[in-house]
Design a protein. Structure first.
Length: 96
């Protein structure tokens, strides 16, 4: 196959892919939200508290030498657990 034939084939393949992209998408299709978005304690915390938890979880991940996907999963679980613990402890701190 010569260079011009390869270029023509590549151009045709790109044109087909570009034309098929919009046709295969479904307008109005919304991705589902996170199932725990309503009960996410971390998202409802104030910014300094979230920052402290994030820094603590990042330090723990560094200490364990985690990288990539394992680090992300660890930090996510760590933040969720620490936020739940902080939310559980917060009502006990408030006087009645």
């Amino acid at each position: 196959m010569t260079f011009t034939a390869r270029a023509a084939a590549a151009t045709a393949a790109i044109a087909v892919l570009l034309a098929a992209g919009p046709a295969s998408s479904q307008p109005g299709l919304a991705l589902p939200g996170r199932p725990d978005a309503a009960t996410d304690k971390f998202a409802t915390m104030d910014k300094p508290a979230r920052r402290a938890i994030t820094v603590a979880c990042s330090k723990e991940a560094d200490d364990q030498g985690l990288k990539g996907r394992a680090r992300g999963k660890f930090r996510s679980a760590c933040k969720r657990d620490k936020a739940a613990a902080a939310a559980a402890a917060a009502p006990a701190d408030k006087p009645k």
